[in-house]
Design a protein around this ligand. Sequence first.
Ligand code: ZN
Length: 386
Amino acid sequence: MNESAAALAHDTIELCRQLIMRPSVTPSDEGCQELLAQLLASAGFTIENMRFGDVDNLWARRGTAAPLLVFAGHTDVVPTGDEQQWTHPPFAAHRDGDTLYGRGAADMKGGVAAMMTAALRFCEAHPDHAGSIAFLITSDEEGPAVDGTVKVIETLQQRGEQIDWCILGEPSSTFTLGDIIRNGRRGSLGGKLTINGKQGHVAYPHLAENPIHRSLQVLQELTTTEWDRGNDYFPATTFQISNINAGTGATNVIPATLEVMFNLRYSSEINATQIQQKTEAHLAHHDLDFQIDWNLSGLPFITEPAELTAAAIAAIKEICQTPASLDTGGGTSDGRFIAPTGAQVIELGPRNATIHQIDERVSCSELQQLSLVYENILQRLLVSDS
Ligand SMILES: [Zn+2]
C-alpha cells in the first residue's frame, strides 16, 4: 500500500470524501469500487470484479473458512436534483465543522467508508481472525437493481459460497446513531386496477353504467379490511390507494372506466398470492368488470434475533451507550436478495434524515463512531477467544 492509500485506510472521513467526489449517479460507479478494491487487496482480500450489463459489482473476500461475515453496500447514488439549491456543490464533499455534505454522504458512502476502515483496522489487529470477511458492493441499488446484488448472490450460490451474517450499511438510524437496527422488511405488492363501465350522459344514467359509483363500496372495503394482524416484527398489512382517475373532463359525461393505483406493504403473515386472491374475490363479489396489473417488487423477510442481532445490540451499547431496537420499517433494500439464502441480515448505518434530499449530509463524529461499532461487531463474532 502506498502512503496515501495507507492514510486513507485509517481515515473514515477522508475515505468518505474520496467516494463522494466520484459522481457515481446510478448505475455509474466512477471508480469507487477500484479505490475500495485497492485498499482491500492490500489487507489480504481476494478481489473479484463482477460486471453484469452496465453494472460494476465488487466481491472481495479474506479467508476461506466459515462463518462468513459480509459487509454489503452500494456505491451508486440518486441524482442531485437542482445543484443550484445545494448549499455546497453535491460532489465537492465539503466539510463544515462536524458536517460533511454531499450526495451519497448518508446513503450510503458514509456507511461504506465506515465498514471499510472498521474491517481494515480489525484485520491489522487480528490477521488470523476466525472465519472469513467479505465485501459485496454494487453500483445498482438505487436503480433497477437487476444486475447488482441479486446477480452476485446468484453467482455465490452457484459455487456454494454461503453467507452466515450480513451487515448492510444503509442509513437505519433515526434520532441517534444505532437507535434502530433493521432486521427485516415488509413485502411490497402494487397494482393498477381498471374498472369498466359504460359511458353515457349524466341525464340518462339508466343507459350508462357508472364505474365510479359501482367502485365506491368495494374500494372502501379493500381499504378497511383486516388483511392480518402483523406479528412481533411486522405491523399489520394495509391496502393504500395512491391514485384514482376517471372522467372525460366534461361535467355531463359518465366515464367508461375508473383507474385505481394501490400498494400493499405486507407482513410475513400473508403472501402475495393470498393478497391477490382476496382482492379479486372482493371485486368479483360486487360483480364488477375489472382487470388488475400486479407488480410484486419485494418479498418480506425477517432475521430472527440470533448471534448477529445480539452482537450489533451489544456493540451499540458499548460504543454509543444507547439501547438499539429491531425494526422492519422503511423502504426496500438489497437485503431482500441476501436474506433468502438463509443468511442473518441486518441494516445498520448513519441517520437517515437527509437521504435523497438536497443538502444530504452526515455527521463526521457519527461516522467515526459507526466505524467503531462495526469493528466491535467483528470482534464479537470473529475473534475465537473473545
Ligand atoms: Zn441506500
